[in-house]
Design a protein around this ligand. Structure first.
Ligand SMILES: [Zn+2]
Length: 482
């Protein structure tokens, strides 16, 4: 009996021991479950509930904290060429070096370009239960989404090659959608070396390599402004004929000024079409006299001068500041794109695109879509209709003027079979250096199988002409399969 009793009591102790162990297991399990629930809760809160606010604040500190937990996604061009990626889970690498310095940008020492624009997507963890386990227990990082841009490496490479050694800015876009196909500024920098070169890049005031000249560079427009002066005249005439003519002798004089045509060329008897094609300054000064300051201003502001652009990256506003107190000389200079007027390549590409698109403005954009690591599309940007800037008839009149420039005017070198090219050349005098060279225009596929493209190019006081950069753009357009 005693023996039995002993056995019983030892058994009871054993049972009690088991119960205690179980309790500890329960407690530990409970803690893990609670931690896990908290973790899930945190990520759901972070990625779902707070997504909108986070997206609105790309520099958000909470997102920066998140950056340590997430492997930043890859950035691709429209044909899935890698433009930026993360190696070994942390090192940001830009395989194309300088080529996308401003368009893709960098993400150390602040963020610019697509790195800033798509930041919340690049850090957005598309987590599954297994990835949560891995992250929690194996200390593995989450993977952010990949981002596909509208940029096309073929256009970007062609533009960069053409601008090598020059300063300037270029934007190529698709008028019917607003997709930006190339955005390049020179001088550029290598974002792979952003840390090492930061002090130099930040303080180089002569070359300002960090400035995206394509969107932020403000330049006098020179003769590309004749598009605006012509529009003011077209609007003034309404249904009346565009019959103003002038006999150009190579220069035109006012009370206290003389303005010359390029190379003092006497263009003879010119009308709107031939004066536009040959870029006759004398004609446009005289045309400007037919217009009030208010009519010039109205045309400029209709095209977006002095106003915000519908664009999600940093840019400068184009300026038109002529007023009724200005001298006749200031007004004459403004009519031919000198004066105090300033524009960006981005804005001029948008205007060219709107004209090519029968007067309809589409919002320009750089981010096409984001996708999970498994390749499913997560966030897709659709083309955004911005407004009808000009009626079809007016835009056709401007298109026609621009077509004469490449037909027999100042850009007759831009002849291509199978496509129609229109545009306007410009040579802009400025106080600081040699003349800037401009071209804004569009190309259409005659077979109608490819989307149109529009572009604006400025070369600062350079040894090359903007038209030579446009030639490279058109070569790509020619080769791109519909
Ligand atoms: Zn002339």
């Amino acid at each position: 009996m005693r023996k039995n009793k002993k056995e019983v009591s030892s058994q009871t102790r054993k049972q009690m021991q088991v119960t205690k162990d179980q309790q500890i297991i329960y407690v530990i399990t409970g803690i893990f479950v609670a931690m896990f629930a908290l973790l899930i809760g945190y990520f759901i809160y972070f990625t779902v509930a707070k997504e909108k606010q986070i997206a609105a604040h790309p520099q958000n500190t909470r997102l920066n904290t998140m950056a340590e937990e997430v492997i930043r996604g890859t950035i691709y061009d429209t044909n899935l060429e890698v433009l930026a990626t993360t190696e070994d889970g942390e090192t940001r690498v830009y395989p194309k070096g300088k080529l996308y310095a401003h368009a893709v940008g960098y993400c150390i020492n602040g963020k610019i370009g697509a790195e800033a624009l798509a930041n919340s997507q690049l850090l957005y963890p598309d987590y599954s239960v297994s990835s949560l386990f891995k992250a929690a227990f194996l200390e593995e990082k989450f993977e952010g989404r990949d981002v596909v841009l509208t940029l096309d490496d073929r256009y970007q490479s062609a533009v960069a090659e053409a601008l090598a050694g020059e300063r300037g800015g270029v934007v190529v876009l698709e008028p019917s959608t607003g997709k930006i196909r190339a955005m390049y500024a020179s001088p550029a920098f290598d974002p792979n070396n952003i840390v090492e070169e930061w002090e130099y890049l930040r303080t180089d005031e002569e070359n300002t390599p960090l400035v995206n000249r394509a969107t932020q560079g403000l330049y006098p427009p020179g003769s590309i402004f004749k598009v605006v002066t012509a529009l003011a005249y077209i609007e003034k005439q309404g249904n009346k004929l565009l019959d103003f003519t002038y006999n150009c002798t190579g220069e035109v004089s006012g009370d206290e000024y003389t303005i010359e045509c390029y190379d003092h060329t006497a263009h003879g008897e010119v009308d709107l079409e031939s004066a536009f094609a040959k870029s006759c300054n004398s004609y446009f000064v005289k045309l400007g006299e037919q217009l009030s300051v208010g009519q010039l201003r109205a045309a400029a502001e209709k095209l977006g001068f002095n106003d915000k652009l519908d664009f999600d990256m940093p840019y400068s506003k184009s300026k038109f500041s002529l007023n009724s107190k200005d001298t006749d000389f200031e007004k004459a200079a403004t009519a031919i794109g000198q004066g105090r007027t300033l524009v960006t390549p981005l804005h001029m590409a948008m205007v060219a695109g709107m004209i090519a698109n029968e007067g309809v403005s589409m919002k320009p954009y750089l981010m096409d879509y984001s996708m999970s690591k498994k390749g499913s599309i997560k966030l897709k940007n659709m083309p955004v209709y911005e407004g009808t800037t000009l009626d079809v008839e007016t835009s056709k009149k401007l298109q026609n003027l621009m077509l004469q420039v490449t037909d027999y005017g100042t850009a007759s070198s831009l002849e291509y079979s199978g496509m129609t090219v229109g545009g306007k050349t410009g040579t802009a005098q400025n106080e600081t250096s040699a003349d800037h060279s401009w071209f804004m225009g569009f190309a259409k596929d005659n077979a109608g199988e490819k989307n149109d493209i529009a572009f604006a190019v400025v070369v600062e006081g350079g040894s090359i002409r903007a038209v030579s950069v446009v030639q490279k753009i058109l070569n790509v357009y020619n080769q791109v399969k519909p």
